[in-house]
Design a protein around this ligand. Sequence first.
Ligand code: NAD
Ligand code: LMR
Length: 317
Amino acid sequence: MAKDPVRVLVTGAAGQIGYAIVPMIARGAMLGPDQPVILHMLDIEPAAESLNGVKMELIDAAFPLLRGVVATTDVQEACKGVNIAVMVGGFPRKEGMERKDVMSKNVSIYKAQASALEKNAAADVKVLVVANPANTNALILKEFAPSIPEKNITCLTRLDHNRALGQISEKLNVHVGDVKNVIIWGNHSSTQYPDVNHATVTTSGGEKPVRELVANDQWLNTEFITTVQQRGAAIIKARKLSSALSAASSACDHIRDWVLGTPKGSWVSMGVYSDGSYGIQWSIVQGLKIDEFSRGKLDATAQELIEEKSLAHSCLN
Ligand SMILES: NC(=O)c1ccc[n+]([C@@H]2O[C@H](COP(=O)([O-])OP(=O)(O)OC[C@H]3O[C@@H](n4cnc5c(N)ncnc54)[C@H](O)[C@@H]3O)[C@@H](O)[C@H]2O)c1
Ligand SMILES: O=C(O)C[C@H](O)C(=O)O
């Protein structure tokens, strides 16, 4: 029997990531090749014409899974009945800026849109915040949408996760699909800690630890970490624009694995509200051994998140 369509909201849909992600969703990259979708696209008034152009292109592409498109600048209309909300709307950072620098512009958007989601979205809406500062925007959204279960409000660290997989695959000259179980701890920022202590590579001789195969702790503890931490800035320097295709693709990965699950024995990274307990759709992997080096990195990125939280609240006062 044909499945009922799922309503997917993309905010900031006329922007770079929006333009990259809507065809991916319409092709089934987010929810699977047999799941029809209705796209809800939101942007602000100055981008209305451009948003309408994206809608025209979606129609022209004749995606069989696409059962409808709502393109609007009205946040209430955009949020009506949505099952998945991918929150991309906001301002990207430019060369030389830290993610914190876009804080005051973006957190107030998340406060306003939290209420619209709470009022209009499906009661079990799953929310992914992409716009920066992603973790703090997600926290603000959670605070101002108290009736959305906090387990359902997440932010994107999957791009960092995928970047870490990519760096290991390049270093070892192995297929990226054979590398798994890296972890991104903490903030989607330059204090994040990409951890390979539990990561493995599938080889013809079975699963081998990444640390054993790389056999270069010096590289793993320095250059590898800073490359992943600084990858967003490196893309901005190279493109003069922040990452878009990789962000869009990783956002699809995030929702797909959340909705459809990860294969047994493997995990992925997502920014979640941490309460230490197991959830219904996702669960936090427990019992991992954290060494002293990792502890220091975890504490630094946690401290930054605490500082961002109070900065965000001061922007809203
Ligand atoms: N978490 C991640 O891994 C990650 C990766 C890449 C980019 N980002 C962030 O994603 C965001 C979007 O990046 P982009 O490159 O697509 O930027 P962009 O400027 O190309 O697009 C953003 C869009 O949001 C729209 N917008 C602004 N305010 C809005 C509002 N109140 N409601 C709805 N739409 C609104 C803009 O009009 C624009 O069309 C930025 O904050 C960027 O830093 C996060
Ligand atoms: O780094 C940025 O500002 C954009 C994005 O968060 C990224 O990591 O590419």
